[in-house]
Design a protein around this ligand. Structure first.
Ligand SMILES: [Zn+2]
Length: 483
């Protein structure tokens, strides 16, 4: 009855959505070894957690920190908010497998501030994570645009049968090496010309491995309904589970449309395996030349390679200073990323409140002025939307950040406080938890997060990373629900 450390007297929220109960959590090595009243147990270290919640570490199912695992291995922007596992390779972009990097130049900004940090196989990426571990665990999807860049000379057209066969073979190899699914991004230029048949072919490969088809859909604005229908058709034709990334209804004309999109998702979910995630913000963030500025009420420059001094400025102000229009300013700022105010609060809340929605940050590495979601997403949900707005209970909020993504992506032993499970844990104060990051000051740690543990080792304590880096590459160890 001896553990490496025991967290004492906490309110335990176990990740299943069931009501909290008071108790202790004992950890030895990388596992939870006991929970409940552990008065008769001793430990090498006692951690007093009275008036605090202990919960499973949060799982962020949608980030673009593929290269940040190596360039910022403390992953403070994740651990400060209680995140202990990330899923990379989203929106069609992954840094493996890349064999012809010249075909993706410029586009790699989505995932890497260091475009040279690329890997010829998923196995090479996975092994590098194991050899040079970051503070958090990481699983990875394989991106459609990345696959296209290997198989095609010209990404502006549909793939030929031979090219598609090459893409499928590469995807098959990567999934066999432990990647957890495929991500498509027909919204983005390198995949915009892809046909629905191409998406279905990739979905079939995912299905053959019992893995998911995850998508940044072709459209999240005026044609979001058609894009949802296309996504559902991929699920039906390929028999694979489909997952809609960062669901939103973008653009003034589409505000309120989430009532319709959620009804469609709900109806499809009764027949097939459909899932979704979302971010708790009315602004999105992506490459500056995405066309999003045409739907936005306001655009902030997040990062510009030729003009780093303009990060944080309003695009409209910069265009005025330069005596040009928005298009002209964007042209001069590229390569660049931006923050786009394109959603309605009402839609953000309706999508988040939907019972099958999980939470993601969609964080991108964006220099000195990123979107505040990079640092503040999870505390914002538990502070603003749980405590202040009352969208759902704290237990339900934690479930959407833990067991729900773990089950969705087949990450066995993660996402719950259970004896025998991995000791990924966060201790927080439910009365003060909140994001510190704002649109004006986006790089600030969250409030109310005391301590964060990954695989039984403390990675973050009272506002600072500890320097421990116990993260691991994760692969699928439990079945995802696939029809
Ligand atoms: Zn995306």
């Amino acid at each position: 009855m001896h553990a490496d450390f025991i967290i004492r007297g906490a309110e335990i929220i176990d990740g299943n959505g069931t009501p909290r109960r008071k108790g202790d959590v004992a950890v030895s090595d990388d596992r939870i070894v006991a929970t409940g009243d552990l008065g008769h147990w001793t430990a090498g270290r006692e951690i007093e957690a009275k008036d605090r919640v202990v919960a499973p570490g949060f799982i962020d199912p949608h980030v673009h920190h593929d290269a940040a695992l190596f360039t910022a291995p403390d992953m403070e922007f994740m651990t400060n908010q209680g995140v202990t596992t990330v899923i990379n390779g989203n929106c069609g972009f992954s840094i493996a497998p890349i064999r012809r990097p010249e075909n993706l130049l410029g586009q790699l900004r989505m995932i890497s501030a260091r475009p040279d940090l690329i890997f010829p196989t998923y196995a090479a990426y996975r092994d590098r994570i194991a050899a040079e571990p970051p503070a958090v665990n990481a699983a990875c999807l394989i991106g459609q645009s990345t696959l296209r860049s290997n198989a095609m000379d010209d990404l502006s057209r549909a793939a030929t049968d031979d090219e598609l066969a090459d893409m499928c073979a590469l995807l098959d190899e990567a999934l066999g090496q432990g990647a957890i699914g495929v991500s498509t991004g027909p919204f983005y230029p390198p995949a915009r010309a892809s046909t629905t048949a191409e998406l279905i072919a990739l979905g079939r490969v995912a299905h053959a491995h019992g893995k998911l088809y995850v998508t940044h859909m072709r459209d999240e604005g005026d044609r979001v309904i058609e894009a949802l229908e296309e996504t559902f058709s991929v699920g039906r034709e390929a028999c694979c589970g489909v997952h809609v990334s960062h669901h939103k209804c973008a653009g003034l004309a589409n505000h309120g449309l989430s009532e319709t999109t959620l009804a469609m998702i709900d109806a499809e979910m009764r027949q097939r395996d459909v899932g979704l995630d979302t971010t708790p913000w009315i602004a999105s963030s992506t490459i500056l030349n995405s066309g999003r500025h045409r739907q936005a009420e306001r655009v902030i420059i997040a990062e510009s390679e030729p003009h780093p001094e303009l990060a944080g400025r309003d695009l409209a102000d910069v265009a005025r200073d330069w005596n040009t229009d928005l298009e002209g300013a964007i042209e001069r700022l590229l390569p660049a990323t931006g923050i786009f105010f394109i959603m309605a609060e009402e839609d953000v809340q309706r999508i988040m409140a939907y019972e099958h929605t999980m939470i993601c940050s969609d964080g991108m590495p964006s220099g000195s002025h990123p979107h505040p979601r990079v640092w503040g997403t999870f505390p914002r949900v538990l502070g603003r939307y749980v405590r202040d707005v009352g969208l759902f209970s704290l237990e339900e909020g934690v479930r959407r950040m833990t067991s729900m993504p773990a089950d969705r992506f087949g990450l066995g032993g993660r996402g719950r406080i259970a004896v025998g499970g991995f000791a990924d844990l966060v201790i927080f104060d439910p009365r003060t938890i909140a994001e510190g990051a704002t649109f004006e000051n986006p790089i600030r740690p969250a409030h109310g997060i005391d301590r964060v543990f990954v695989n039984g080792r403390e990675v973050f304590a009272f506002g600072k990373p500890t320097g421990n880096r116990p993260g691991r590459p994760l692969h699928q160890t439990a079945p995802v629900r696939v029809v």
